[in-house]
Design a protein around this ligand. Sequence first.
Ligand code: MG
Ligand code: MG
Ligand code: MG
Length: 307
Amino acid sequence: MLYVSGHKIPDSDSIISAIAISYLQNQLGTQAVAVRQGEINPETRYILDKFDLETPELKTSFSGCDIFLTDFNNYTEAPDDIDQANIVGIVDHHKLGGLSTSSPLEIWIRAVGCTNTIIKEMFDYYEVEIPENLAGAMMCAILSDTVIFKSPTCTKLDTKITKELAKIAKIEDFKSIGLEMFKVKSAVDGVPTRELVKRDFKNFDMNGNKVGIGQLEVVDLTIFDNIKDDLIEDIKALKDEDGYDTVLLILTDIMAMGSQILVATNSLDIVQKAWDIKVKDDQFWLQGCLSRKKQIIPFLEPAYKDK
Ligand code: MG
Ligand code: MG
Ligand code: MG
């Protein structure tokens, strides 16, 4: 059995791409099953329900298994025993993160906005038809990862393939489905603070320092007015509990096209140097910032280089 898995703390791209790759592999004659390394977030739940797709089983240990990685290629987001697994393929849209393999493998890595964009090209390459409901879910994953085409990570290929998928899914107004999805994402009332911090959270090793960066993308930042202080307290606690040098929580307003960054750090000078800003009341505003991958990591990582 071939297991197809996205990254730890799965997002919609990780879950839907695992379903899509396992479907493709089965069509090509390899028995494959989609799995997940963590809990399903509300946005992904919305997509799975809307398109009547089964939730992948939870699986966190892969020792001795064949595994196809999707939407990641680094150790920090891989299963802990990935070195004991046989990686047979990788499809991803992130920078290379240092994984090595024991045998040759299939690799599809492109600098596009979403893994599902690349997977549509895999279906075309292998001449396999995409079922209507799967196409709809893949379309939603692209709309999520590219923030409805607003993110600087979005390419012409992402918009072109979104339209192709919408056509297969017989969906006309895909932008309104995208907005609906972000409204689901914006429901933060009554959700425990730590759950919000960890909802879309990634770990990084920056020059030997443990850095954690979470992101919440919403349609209106005022929903955080009453809970922002709690969020700041929580990332400070998380930093000390789990030995982080820095924890950032990116609160992204997809309408205002910018992010309020909440900061907990032992290295304030590094954070301030990264964007040439002043942190005030444990936070700062970055106009135009929508993407952790393109507008946060490439600035913070070099700032850590001289530490
Ligand atoms: Mg992802
Ligand atoms: Mg992705
Ligand atoms: Mg994302």
